[in-house]
Design a binder for this molecule. Sequence first.
Ligand code: CMC
Length: 432
Amino acid sequence: MSKEKAILTLDGKRIEFPVVRGTEGDVAIDISKLYEEHHITTFDPSLANTAVCKSTITYIDGDKGILRYRGIPIEQFVTNSPNFVEVAYLLLSGHLPTREEGITFRNRLTENELLNETMRYQFRSVPTSAPPMAQLSASLSNLACFHRDLFVLDTDDEFMDVSAQLISKIRTVAAFIYRRSQGLPYIYPNPNLRYCANFLHMMFSLPYAHHEVSPEVEDALNLILILHADHEQNCSAATVRTVGSSRANVFASCAAGISALWGPLHGGANVEVMEMLDGIHRGGLTPEDCIQMAKDKNNAFRLFGFGHRIYKNYDPRAKILREACDRVFATMKNQNDPLLNIARKLEELALADSYFIDRKLYPNVDFYSGLLLRAMGIPTNMFTVMFAIGRLPGWIAQWKEQHDTIGGRIIRPRQVYVGNTETNYIPVEQRP
Ligand code: CMC
């Protein structure tokens, strides 16, 4: 550890803190012994300024719009066209797979793509209108019932095994949720298809007609999953780590991550974006109305798909997806999705408006992802499920890193209590 010190003076006391520096220049003051030694805590609502861990998985420079997985810039995953499975392996293991490791991992995914048949009753036990994210979270919890042998992971091999179980099965679960909601027969996975094509097959094939997937659509889905694969300590990853810090198994921890992702300020924003664009298209609102509503502090409306806790620049994922929209739509029969034009208009208005400029609010990953998913035929209520499929390798990698932290303590924040001072209990008959 560095010998550098940060100094705080409070109530006449001088307190010294170690300083932690990251490999990319991050600087943090280590306050971990502050309460133990001085009975003082720090106040950081929403943890906007607190590093809760050291991590080697993902690096983000929000001012410059940089995102790297295990050191590799996100743009290189576009130009070198790897597949999502390879990126998942990178996040999980810390290195790109050798040819042999890649084959072994892909085989593991294929071997684990089926669900226990009993799980089908779970999909039948909820209304067809049940929210897909509720079912997805429940399904990951339920998977734990079938894999109790994987609660405690002693070896790297067991870790890759549980990772393959989850990454493969979430795709089958997601497709079955959709099929059930449509009253369609379940389509079983096809071991000869690649990850994305297999998912689209389970979503859209019929017992008598295989759904042909164009290479452009398969590539676009692959790209979307890669771009969502990890994003360091976001709300859902922090949830996975918090749950995992209690030594809860990886199934339970990732199920909690899905619940966190569901919210409209996080992964649920992709649904809100589409509803906003659709609302404008149907004539209820104009792009100008949306911008005004988003700026109005008396209105809870936000310009969904805009803004980010970390990025104070264009989200690099949004930039890539904006370009992907052009490529994919150019190959479609109906090349003019009116919602794409509305999205572009909204972006143009926001980027020229001082409200957004001053607050450094730029499009985020959710602004364009929905348009691509819609072009693939994925219904809006499945968008956040797609985000979850992409994010799962990141959650598992974050869970493992938390789990492997030597001396890793249960995550348990403190508070500054501002409630009643000591108050007596009043029996009901004496209450006013
Ligand atoms: N529309 C209008 N105003 C906004 C927006 C927006 N989309 N985002 C932030 N602001 C304003 C906010 O009202 C605040 O203004 P002021 O300083 O006058 O009070 C200022 O910008 C700072 O915002 P904040 O809420 O303090 O920022 P945050 O870091 O807490 O929240 C955020 C980040 C992503 C939740 C927020 O930008 C937001 O609600 N965006 C819309 C939802 C969205 O698109 N979420 C997806 C995020 S990317 C995918 C993911 O990782 O989940």
